[in-house]
Design a protein around this ligand. Structure first.
Ligand SMILES: C[S@@+](CC[C@H](N)C(=O)[O-])C[C@H]1O[C@@H](n2cnc3c(N)ncnc32)[C@H](O)[C@@H]1O
Length: 245
C-alpha cells in the first residue's frame, strides 16, 4: 500500500508488510551497525529513556512490537526487576533470527517469546499486557491508526503504550541540517554499508512522511489512549509517545 494521507517530502514509500518485511530481511545483517553509526550512538540513550518509564512498576508482562534485532527488548529486560516476561513481535524472520541469538548470548532467551506477525494484527489475546512498546516500528506499518488500535487492544486496562519514533526538528538551522543529513548522508552511508540502495532512501522518505508529533498525539487520542504525551529527544529528531489505556 502506498501512503497518500500525509506529505512525504518527495516520492511516496511503500509500507505494505510484503514489501517492508523483505527489505528488513535484506538489511538485517548490517542493521545494528548502521543504526548505531547513523544515530551516532544516540539510539542507546533513546531506548534507555523508554526503559526508564517503567521505573516503580513491577512484574510487568511486556510486548515489544517491531522488535527487530531486539535492542529495546534487551534494554527492557535488563532494566531491573520490572519486566518478568516479554513477547517480541516482528514481520521479518531475519531480524527475529538475530534477536534470538542476541537474547541467547545474554541469557535472556527463556524470558522471551518471539512471534512473527504484523504489528497491526497480531492475533495475540487482547487485554494481556501491562506495557506495549514499539521503537522505530510504527512508521513502517501500512496503517498507523490500525497499529495503534492493535496496541490498545493488547493492553490491559490501565496499561501503558510507549512508542519511540523518529520525528523532525521544529525548524531553523537544526531542521535544515537534519534534512540535508537524511536526504544526502544517510542514503550514501546506508548503501555503502548495507549494499541496499532502496532501504536507506526509504528511511528518509518514511521519516519525512510520518506524522508530526502533535498529529501523532491526536491519532493516539483517537485510538482511545488517555494522558497522551510526547517527549522530544536530541533536538526533536526522535520522540517518545506515551499513552494510557
Ligand atoms: C527500524 S526497525 C526497528 C527495530 C527495533 N525496534 C529497534 O529499535 O532497533 C523496524 C522493524 O519493524 C519491523 N516491521 C516493519 N513493519 C512491520 C509490521 N507491519 N509488523 C511488525 N514488524 C514490522 C521490521 O521488520 C523491523 O525489524
Amino acid at each position: 500500500m502506498v501512503r497518500k494521507d500525509i506529505p512525504t517530502g518527495g516520492d511516496a514509500v511503500d509500507t505494505c508488510p510484503s514489501c517492508v518485511g523483505p527489505m528488513f530481511d535484506r538489511i538485517a545483517p548490517t542493521y545494528d551497525l548502521l543504526n548505531h553509526l547513523l544515530s551516532a550512538g544516540r539510539d542507546y540513550s533513546w531506548r534507555r529513556k523508554v526503559t526508564a518509564q517503567l521505573r516503580g512498576r513491577e512484574a510487568l508482562h511486556i510486548i515489544d512490537l517491531a522488535t527487530g534485532t531486539g535492542d529495546l527488548l534487551i534494554s527492557l529486560l535488563r532494566g531491573g526487576p520490572n519486566a518478568t516476561r516479554a513477547v517480541g513481535v516482528d514481520i521479518s524472520e531475519s531480524m527475529l533470527g538475530i534477536c534470538r541469538k542476541k537474547l541467547q548470548r545474554r541469557g535472556l532467551a527463556d524470558r522471551v517469546d518471539l512471534v512473527r506477525a504484523d504489528a497491526s494484527a497480531t492475533s495475540l489475546p487482547g487485554g494481556s499486557f501491562d506495557v506495549v512498546t514499539m521503537a522505530f516500528g510504527i512508521r513502517n506499518t501500512a496503517d498507523a491508526a490500525a497499529t495503534l488500535a492493535e496496541i490498545h487492544r493488547l493492553l490491559k486496562p490501565g496499561g501503558m503504550a510507549l512508542i519511540l519514533e523518529f520525528s523532525l526538528p521544529d525548524g531553523g538551522v537544526v531542521r535544515w541540517c537534519y534534512l540535508k543529513y537524511l536526504r544526502w548522508v544517510v542514503p550514501r552511508i546506508g548503501v555503502a554499508v548495507s549494499g541496499d540502495r532502496y532501504a536507506y532512501r526509504y528511511l528518509d522518505k518514511s521519516i519525512e512522511g510520518f506524522y508530526r508529533p502533535q498529529a501523532f498525539r491526536s491519532l493516539m487520542q483517537k485510538a482511545g489512549f488517555r494522558e497522551v504525551s510526547a517527549v522530544p529527544l536530541t533536538f526533536g529528531v526522535a520522540s517518545i509517545y506515551r499513552g494510557m489505556k
